[in-house]
Design a protein around this ligand. Structure first.
Ligand code: FE2
Length: 478
């Protein structure tokens, strides 16, 4: 640990000697003062990292000394020694801006631990907030956000980086839920909010009025809410996520109050969160538009054959049910929905007479039919926002025993989502009327799926789908 300057303040010389011995052993520089007034003179003469002080002293007591320190902008941490450590006196020490307190009688181990903990925290705080490398911190956030493509993960990264960098006692994200409504808490974290925070709820409407980032220094919020502890500092930065909202960090101790430099950094964090969200929203919008266009192609494929009408839409719905049963994240459920709708889009290139043939296909006709996954891949790969769908569409007719097409892949080498689509595609096809067969019952279809689990289909996925079928489908007799 780095060496620090520590000022020990007590009117009993004997006690000062004991403190001195302990902190000098740790290699710190030690100064001593006999009362609050002497301590202030020494603090004015040189930089000090930590003051360890008695409360009851002649001339100027500990509380008055601390008030004067803060008034003069002296930022040393303070540990008070109190002979009557009730909850009230402890709260009073901390709310005045002390970093910690230590109950008398003197215990060397507790004393050393408290000094160590307070100095450690000070060191970390300085390393983070005084770092000139704000760009580095923003860069780290941007990199972390870029690894995700869903709203929840972006919010999680934004909040976890904000917590690490700003070391708050309270952190919150307030978002506007419905048009015209006031922002309400979406995420609330930290000691400052524990057990509810009525004064903050009362202050919120006054905090969330500006489109600019705002810093409320200790004492400022009491103008809006008299109950607000005077040592609290709060920073709010607007985030344009959905209908808008605010990223909020709070510190409860005056000696750790946020500064305008901290606010600039928080504003950058909020801007990056906003921009990631906007990129995601625009990307999704484009994807939906592309999906609409391609869905109209799928409709024209299905229009060629009345038996397949609605097949793709249902495969998409079933795939989402199955994905949810298997605990997949929202992003993959969305991919499954799109892949279900688009899996047979390549059939647009297959002649009508093959698609509508009532009897068995000849070898040549079947060879043509087997080209539809590759044609689907060629259509979908032209749209960059659909690139994740390409392997699912291309491999949806593979079999886990390697006897499928187009590449004859085996087992786990077939993309997982393609294996999943294959099960619901088979289920939907068997339970619908086709030009070449009448619809089977759900019960028969389930036994066919089970009978071919491990050869045509992935056994674990068939198991999961059968669970969905038992929950969602009625077993009707033929
Ligand atoms: Fe297909």
């Amino acid at each position: 640990m780095q060496q620090h300057t520590i000022l020990l303040v007590d009117d009993e010389a004997g006690i000062l000697d004991i403190y001195r011995e302990v902190v000098e052993e740790e290699g710190h520089t030690v100064l001593t003062a006999g009362n609050g007034r002497e301590a202030l003179d020494m603090l004015a003469a040189q930089p000090v990292d930590l003051v360890v002080s008695d409360i009851r002293m002649p001339v100027l007591d500990g509380h008055a000394m601390l008030d004067e320190m803060r008034r003069r902008g002296m930022d040393a941490d303070v540990i008070f020694l109190t002979g009557y450590a009730t909850v009230d006196s402890a709260v009073q020490c901390l709310s005045r801006g002390a970093s910690d307190y230590l109950e008398k009688p003197f215990n060397v181990f507790k004393f050393r631990d408290k000094v160590h903990a307070v100095l450690n925290k000070r060191q970390q705080r300085r390393a983070q907030l005084d770092a000139p490398d704000a760009l580095g911190l923003v860069h780290n956030l941007r990199e972390a956000i870029a690894a995700h493509s869903d709203f929840k993960s972006i919010v999680r990264e934004l909040l976890s980086h904000t917590r690490k960098v700003f070391d708050p006692d309270g952190l919150a994200l307030y978002l506007v839920g419905s048009k015209g409504a006031a922002p309400s808490p979406k995420v609330v974290w930290g000691e400052a909010f524990r057990g509810g925070c009525d004064w903050f709820e009362a202050a919120a409407p006054h905090l969330f009025t500006s489109d600019d980032p705002a810093l409320f220094s200790p004492g400022e919020l009491t103008a809006y809410v008299p109950d607000c502890p005077s040592a609290v500092s709060v920073m709010c930065a607007p985030v344009a996520m959905g209908r808008g909202g605010y990223l909020v960090v709070m510190r409860s101790c005056e000696s750790r109050a946020y500064t305008s430099a901290n606010l600039s950094l928080l504003a950058l964090f909020a801007m990056h969160g906003t921009s990631a969200f906007e990129t995601l929203r625009v990307g999704r919008k484009m994807q939906e538009m592309n999906l609409e266009i391609i869905t109209s192609h799928v409709a024209s494929v299905e229009a060629k054959d009345i038996y397949t009408k609605g097949h793709s839409e249902r495969v998409g719905q079933y795939a989402v049910l199955l994905g949810r049963q298997m605990g997949l994240p929202e992003r993959e459920l969305e991919l499954l929905r799109f892949a279900g709708i688009l899996h047979d889009v390549g059939k647009i290139g297959i002649p009508d007479e093959i698609l509508n043939k009532a009897g068995r296909l000849t070898e040549d006709e079947f060879a043509r039919m087997r080209q539809h996954p590759a044609m689907g891949r060629d259509i979908v790969s032209k749209i960059s926002s659909f690139k994740e769908l390409v392997p699912i569409i291309y491999h949806h007719h593979e079999r886990v025993d390697g006897a499928g097409y187009p590449d004859g892949l085996i087992g786990d080498s077939i993309p997982f989502l393609a294996r999943l689509i294959s099960v619901v595609d088979g289920f939907e096809a068997m339970t619908s009327d086709r030009s070449y067969q009448k619809a089977r019952s759900v019960e028969d279809t389930v036994s066919i799926l089970r009978g071919n689990a491990g050869t045509q289909w992935d056994a674990a996925i068939v198991d999961a789908w059968c669970d969905v079928v038992h929950k969602e489908f009625l077993f009707l007799p033929n």
